[in-house]
Design a protein around this ligand. Structure first.
Ligand SMILES: *Cc1c(COP(=O)(O)O)cnc(C)c1O
Length: 410
């Protein structure tokens, strides 16, 4: 789109060959360069096109634009140049053919499934997940006649039993929020494809940097861009990535007419954030590894959930399908909720907040906040006890974070 503009759109499927480097660019280069579509003024930074609509030179041009015979933006709910830059850059980093940006992670999660299921269809999901995703799968979809089955754990036999009959979609969150449980994407994708199911991975906790679900056999990846992609606590956003067939023929008709669109301003913030995402996520991952090891040694801490620890029950799987343990961990305090509340209230650097993936370290009590809405039995089955804290590790110096925890536990 915008073919009259000066492009350096590496990672575009329609990139002009004379501007394209002759070698395949590294992901870190794509994060800074891919999708860039300069306006013709030669601006260094990506432009923010804060417009809801577009004009035409003639009524004939409008006619051709609506008929999709020419590349011309028609309306903000369909596409916008700044949003396209964000979508193309994220697709290049992910190694996905196409991307659709949405206004939040939940609109991405909901749209990724709602665009393809109808009454009577069957969906299978890994049981450990973010609570709003659970509400969509356990409450809304069944209300519309979709049969949803949850599978606990990562046992290949249990998954094989759940994937014996025709299934429309398999939804996986790995690592899961807040228990950091893992499921084997490649193993489940093999089973799912045999019964005709599309595999959708909520890759929020790993981020686009530490896990590549499409390369492991998944068909669709979704993000809350609010988390590591922004990573600085400013805007909500979401994204869905997948094949040309899924995006063009299944997802686009749904999102264009139901309107979960991202604002161009938020897209611009997220686009610029992609340039530093790799640096941020790697540093946060290193800090989280150090803090997980520190917490594991504390007598007041009864358990630490972090895929980067050798004690994690799926540590071998983490080594296989992730390139780091991630930026978030959870832990249980031996003294129960009361002791945990005291520790959390004593922190001086780490903030109490329910967001994650932020440059600021944030701690939350899932039982009474993010996962509050789930009933007791569901929380207990997921392992979300009153003594559990989730810690999203930020970009502060690891020494200060450990000192903060040390003082708070005294
Ligand atoms: C936060 C989150 C979401 C939802 O994203 P929003 O941007 O808050 O709508 C979905 N899945 C996971 C794993 C999350 O952590």
């Amino acid at each position: 789109m915008g073919v009259t503009h000066q492009h350096r759109p590496w990672g575009y499927s329609n990139s002009s060959d004379d501007l394209k480097p002759s070698w395949a660019l590294h992901e870190d280069t794509l994060a800074v360069r891919a999708g860039l579509a300069r306006s013709g003024f030669g601006e260094t930074s990506e432009a923010l096109y804060l417009t809801s609509g577009f004009t035409y030179d003639s009524v004939e041009q409008a006619n051709h634009a609506f008929a999709e015979e020419i590349d011309h933006y028609v309306y903000g709910r369909f596409a916008n140049p700044t949003i396209s830059m964000f979508e193309n850059r994220l697709a290049a980093i992910e190694g996905a053919p196409l991307c659709v940006a949405t206004g939040s992670g939940m609109s991405a999660m909901f749209s990724s499934l709602a665009c393809m299921v109808a009454a009577g269809d069957r969906v299978v999901a890994a049981a450990s997940m973010f609570s709003s995703c659970w509400v969509v799968l356990a409450e809304f979809l069944p209300r519309w006649g979709v049969q949803v089955e949850f599978v606990t754990g990562n046992d290949p036999e249990v998954w094989a039993a759940a994937l014996q009959e025709e299934t429309k979609a398999v939804f996986l969150e790995t690592p899961s929020n807040p228990m950091l449980e893992l499921v084997d994407i490649a193993m489940i994708a093999d089973l799912a494809h045999k019964v005709g199911a599309l595999v959708i991975v909520d890759n929020v906790m790993a981020s686009p940097i530490l896990q590549k679900p499409l390369a492991l056999g998944a068909d669709v990846v979704m993000y809350s861009a609010t988390k590591h992609i922004d990573g600085q606590g400013r805007v909500l956003g979401g994204a869905i990535l997948g094949s040309e067939d899924y995006i063009k023929n299944t997802l686009n008709p749904f999102v264009r007419h139901t309107g979960p669109s991202l604002s161009p301003f938020n897209a611009w913030v997220l686009l610029k954030s992609l340039e530093t995402m790799s640096l941020r996520v790697h540093r946060m991952n290193d800090n989280a590894q150090v803090i997980a090891q520190y917490l594991e040694g504390l007598p007041q801490v009864s358990s630490v959930n972090y895929p980067g620890l050798a004690s994690h029950k799926e540590h071998q799987l983490a080594l296989k399908q992730m390139s780091g343990g991630g930026t978030t961990l959870s832990f249980e305090v031996a003294g129960g909720q009361e002791a945990l509340y005291e520790v959390m209230n004593n922190l001086r650097v780490i903030d109490i907040s329910n967001n994650l993936g932020d440059s600021k370290s944030l701690i939350t009590h899932p039982y009474s906040s993010t996962h509050r809405r789930l009933d007791e039995a569901t929380k207990a089955a997921m392992g979300i006890t009153p003594a559990l804290a989730r810690l999203s590790v930020g970009l502060e110096h690891a020494g200060d974070l450990i000192r903060d925890l040390e003082e708070a536990f005294k």
